[in-house]
Design a protein around this ligand. Structure first.
Ligand code: COA
Length: 270
């Protein structure tokens, strides 16, 4: 189907005043809307992805290498197109593009998944991202990561990852749980409960071993699932305990220096 001359569905018009040479990059009228999707924004997004790979992967040596040899780049670019089509309810075409991406890269991203900016999948093979997964900005996944469902839920059944999350190789994050900002998930972990911001989670099932940079006591009750550490609540609890102690001390002191009985005269200075 051709897009024709109607209003564009895919985002911003090309900015006015751009140099004529740059206009060459503008996709010609008459191409399917999916191909013309976002025009200049699309080129900026590709550049941003390439910059991200340079930043995250010390092994990356040049733009050509990144463009042709990084399956993570191919997968996310195909996903951006598939997700757009999915939003337009072109469900079959969207799934088909997602399957092409899977065949080419070994990375399966459902077109319904919402993925933020500067997303990078290193190495790629074996990554699966489910339909209702949501991924924030600046997230890094290694090979073999699953953002999946537990198989029991309907509706939103995949995880939501915050910003600046790193998920180590082979880790599984399952169910409709929230993984906070700046969380690191260790290689091979299986995470099935929500994780607070600034934490490191390792093991099966995933346990928080670091919260805001501080080690978490392995024997502590706070490692029980459903009682994951909350540093702010801990601070408030400590303050409340301190206030209670001070109140007890003040009561003891005021009891020792009792106020003079009513009607008595204060002692005259000698
Ligand atoms: C979890 C991870 C991000 C490190 O986070 P960190 O905040 O720096 O934590 P530390 O390295 O201080 O480790 C904290 C504790 O968890 C343990 N740990 C770290 N990674 C672990 C893992 N994947 N599985 C189990 N335990 C792990 C450490 O041994 C340490 O335990 P200790 O305090 O008893 O010694 C890192 O170990 C990891 O798994 N990164 C993924 C990297 C990856 O997938 N690379 C693939 C490249 S192809």
């Amino acid at each position: 189907m051709l897009a024709g001359g109607g209003p564009r569905r895919g985002g911003a018009e090309a900015p006015r005043g751009l140099k004529p040479a740059l206009r060459l990059f503008q996709a010609p009228e008459g191409l399917p809307a999916a191909v013309r999707y976002n025009d200049f924004t699309m080129f900026r997004a590709i550049k941003e992805q390439i910059d991200t790979i340079f930043r995250e992967d010390p092994a990356a040596t040049g733009v050509l290498e990144i463009v042709f040899c990084y399956p993570g780049l191919h997968a996310i670019l195909l996903h951006r197109v598939a997700h757009k089509l999915y939003g337009w309810r072109w469900r079959f075409v969207a799934r088909f593009i997602s399957q092409i991406g899977r065949a080419l890269t070994g990375i399966e991203i459902h077109p319904g998944a919402k993925i933020g900016r500067r997303f990078f999948i290193d190495h790629g093979m074996g990554v699966v991202i489910g339909e209702t997964a949501e991924v924030g900005d600046d997230v890094l996944l290694y090979q073999g990561v699953t953002l999946g469902g537990t198989g029991k839920e309907q509706g939103k059944r995949h995880p939501t990852l915050g910003n600046h999350v790193v998920v180590g190789t082979g880790a599984k994050v399952l169910g409709n749980i929230r993984i906070g900002d700046h969380v690191k998930i260790g290689a091979g972990s299986v995470v099935i409960h929500p994780v607070p911001d600034h934490s490191t989670v390792v093991g099966i099932p995933g346990r928080v071993v670091r919260a805001r940079g501080a080690e978490v006591d392995e024997d502590s009750e706070t490692l029980e699932h459903g009682k994951l550490p909350d540093p702010e609540a801990q601070e408030i609890e400590d303050l409340a305990r301190r206030v209670a102690e001070l109140e007890t001390q003040v009561r003891a002191l005021t009891g020792a220096v009792a106020p003079p009985p009513v009607g008595s005269h204060p002692q005259e200075p000698v």
